[in-house]
Design a protein around this ligand. Sequence first.
Ligand SMILES: [Zn+2]
Length: 260
Amino acid sequence: MRTLPLRSPTLPPATHTNCYLLGHSRLLVVDPGCVDLDEQQRLLAAIDGLHPERAAVVLTHRHRDHIAFARGLAERGLEVYAHRECARLIANEVNVTATLEDGEVLDGFEVIHTPGHARGHICLRQQQTGALLCGDLMASVGTVVINPPDGDMGDYLESLRRIRSLSAPVIFPAHGPPIEDVVSHIDATIAHRLSRELQILAAVAREGLSSFDVVERVYTDVPRHLWPLAEGSVRAHLAKLIDEGRVSFDGRRYRAIEVG
Ligand SMILES: [Zn+2]
């Protein structure tokens, strides 16, 4: 496996998306998200340098910093694989030639459907080693954005728990270096989200609040320019809490539902 970090239209502080090159006789090119011509040339040279008999693109999910060069590669004759749901969402941009389902095996890599960050998001688990390519389920640089309706906090936490149960020795994220302390990283991610959720619940227990009001009260430790992103996360948490019957929404304000 080769990792090729390519400069991509991603969210700071991340500046690159890792493009992973997997396999031998057939090369799998995972997440070619580069836009700049020189980065695209660099990827093409890396593919050529491996002299694959065939090559195919695999997309972990539909975000631009993961798919930007997929069409360019398809035009060069590569097949494109993505989860069925992802394929549907990007149909106008990229022609996905074959859709993937949870449990399917692609050249020794098991497809694991892990929605939450994006619909139709997949991870790839190398059967031989258990190593996991996690797309944007986790990141070692920057934070993972959960922005409804594409993002779903309940699904996201469930996907993290599922990945935790796989006991991967190492996780290769799309942004940043490999994650080796896998279980503690996942546990810290889940704990961080749940502690935010408790803060949000406490805020809407005191008074009815809009999602922006919640950001102002809860995200005081986060720079103001990131508040629009934080508001997405807040809405994702509130949607989960509504699903669980713990919060109500009257179209303007969220309120905690008294229990007991
Ligand atoms: Zn993403």
